[in-house]
Structures are given as C-alpha cells and as structure tokens.
Design a protein around this ligand. Structure first.
Ligand code: ADP
Ligand code: ADP
Length: 239
C-alpha cells in the first residue's frame, strides 16, 4: 500500500530550481533515507510534503488523497488553510532544531498541538503523551522545560510530539545535525525502534551508516532530482 506518492514535483525559489521533477512512492511501513549533497533539495522535499512550502507543479498524494490542492472542474485549486491543516496532522515532522516551545513543559509541548488542532480531550492527549514519553525513556521529564533537557532529550520530545496525532508518516529533516556527537545515538535508537514498530518514515540524513542500517531504501538526490534509488546494500556497494 502506497502511503506517500510524488509525481513530477517541482519547486523553485525565484529563478533557482530546488526540486526539478521528483517522483517518489513510499509504501506503508517503509523507511526511506534521503541523502545527497548540500543544496540538492532534500530539505525542500520533506518541507513540500509537510506543506510548509507550496509546490509549483506536479502532485503529491497521502493515502491516495491529493495534498494541498483539489480538482475543481478540471482545474487544480489550492485547498483552504483548514483542510491543509487537517492533512498536515496526518503527518509528523521532526526538524533539525527541535522547534519546541520554550515556555511550555515537555508534557505541554506534546499535548498542545493535538489539542489545539485536533480537538481531543485533555485526558486523551495527556494519556497519549505519557505513553509516548515512556517509549522515549523520558517518563520522568514530563514537567521539565526544554532548556533543562539535553539536545538528545529535546529531539526525543519533538519525536513524541510528531507522533501525538498518530500520523500515517513521519518526516525527518536532519534530526541529528544539531546534536553533539555523543547524543546522536539516543535519537537514532528511537528512529530504529519506530522502524521496527512498522512506522512509515522519510528521513533526510547525512548519517550514512545509519541510513545503510535502518533504511529499506535509499534515495540519492542531486540538483533537485532523484538520481538513484535502491536498497542500501546496493546503493552503498563499491562500484
Ligand atoms: P538540502 O536539504 O539538500 O541541503 P535544500 O532543500 O535546503 O537542500 O535547498 C535546495 C536549494 O534551494 C538550495 O540551493 C537552497 O539554497 C535553495 N533554497 C532552499 N530554501 C530556500 C529559500 N527559502 N529561499 C531561497 N532558496 C532556497
Ligand atoms: P498505537 O496505535 O499502537 O498507539 P502509535 O501511533 O503509538 O500506535 O505507534 C505506532 C507503532 O509505533 C506502535 O506499534 C507503537 O508501539 C510504536 N511506537 C511508538 N513510539 C515508539 C517508540 N518511541 N519506540 C518504539 N516504538 C514506538
């Protein structure tokens, strides 16, 4: 079953083409690592899927549903912001810089978004958050503030937050790049556990060893295009 499908996706910033016709299918339970040189469009790719950027051309589908646009009498029109928000919460996104709210506790960081955007009861949201914190090994940090946590702990909270709405897919944009080297492993372990639990994921990373280890498929980008894709053993094989 295809969870995410991209067809001919194009995105330009002014005259600079960041995505130059990207086709990609991600199957349920699949972990796809996106690698490639700096500036090749990896971050733009996941940001477009999460609809933090609008694409110029092509189409993206989540579970077969067109993302960000709808067909009106043969033409594609932008979806209303509310509908975009509804699509966005069927995905979880994890950023390089954690993006936690500094003045909210760990628990609030996880429960706020689902409650605000999801209208779930407080009890539900808290139960879900505590369950996720336990899985992340952070059950004793619920009432701490982000600044009291290490970078690795903050990133695990960000992953818990991304999981709070029970997304169909998790998108990671260089989740370990801002971490001290000794904190990288604890975040990668959570990603590995999620992979083992069958979570569908697209992971932009420069951690080659990790990509080789955890990804079902590696996608190599260059100048806004996918130039190679295949199982890690094939792609990392010496020519
Ligand atoms: P990567 O993640 O592979 O390093 P990016 O997706 O961040 O690459 O960037 C792809 C290209 O698009 C780069 O040339 C970058 O400079 C450009 N770019 C990315 N974001 C913007 C932006 N907001 N405005 C202008 N150019 C951008
Ligand atoms: P559920 O509907 O079972 O609560 P979840 O959305 O919590 O599903 O998570 C999907 C799968 O990922 C489940 O099997 C869950 O146990 C697992 N999972 C969630 N978070 C983690 C984690 N941090 N480590 C390992 N497995 C996890």
């Amino acid at each position: 079953m295809t969870v995410l499908r991209l067809r001919g996706v194009r995105k330009a910033y002014g005259t600079h083409t960041a995505l130059d016709g990207v086709d990609l299918d991600v199957q349920a339970g699949e972990v796809v690592a996106v690698i490639g040189p700096s500036g090749s469009g990896k971050s733009t790719l996941v940001r477009c899927v999460h609809q933090l950027e609008t694409i110029d051309d092509g189409a993206m589908y989540l579970d077969g549903e067109l993302l960000g646009r709808r067909r009106v009498g043969g033409h594609l029109r932008a979806l209303p912001e509310k509908a975009v928000a509804a699509q966005r919460r069927r995905m979880g996104m994890v950023f390089q810089q954690f993006n936690l709210f500094p003045h909210r506790t760990v628990l609030q960081n996880i429960t706020d978004p689902p409650r605000l955007v999801h209208g779930r009861s407080r009890a539900d949201a808290v139960e879900r958050a505590n369950e996720l914190l336990t899985k992340m090994g952070l059950e004793d940090k619920a009432s701490a503030y982000p600044r009291q946590l290490s970078g690795g702990q903050q990133q695990r909270v960000a992953i818990a937050r991304a999981m709070a709405t029970r997304p169909r897919i998790l998108l990671f944009d260089e989740p370990t790049s801002a971490l001290d080297p000794e904190l990288v492993d604890e975040v990668l372990k959570v990603v590995r556990d999620l992979a083992a639990a069958g979570m569908t994921m697209v992971l932009v990373t420069h951690e080659m060893a990790f990509a080789r280890d955890v990804a079902d498929r590696v996608v190599f980008m260059e100048a806004g295009r996918i130039v190679e894709t295949g199982p890690p053993a094939e792609l990392f094989e010496a020519p």
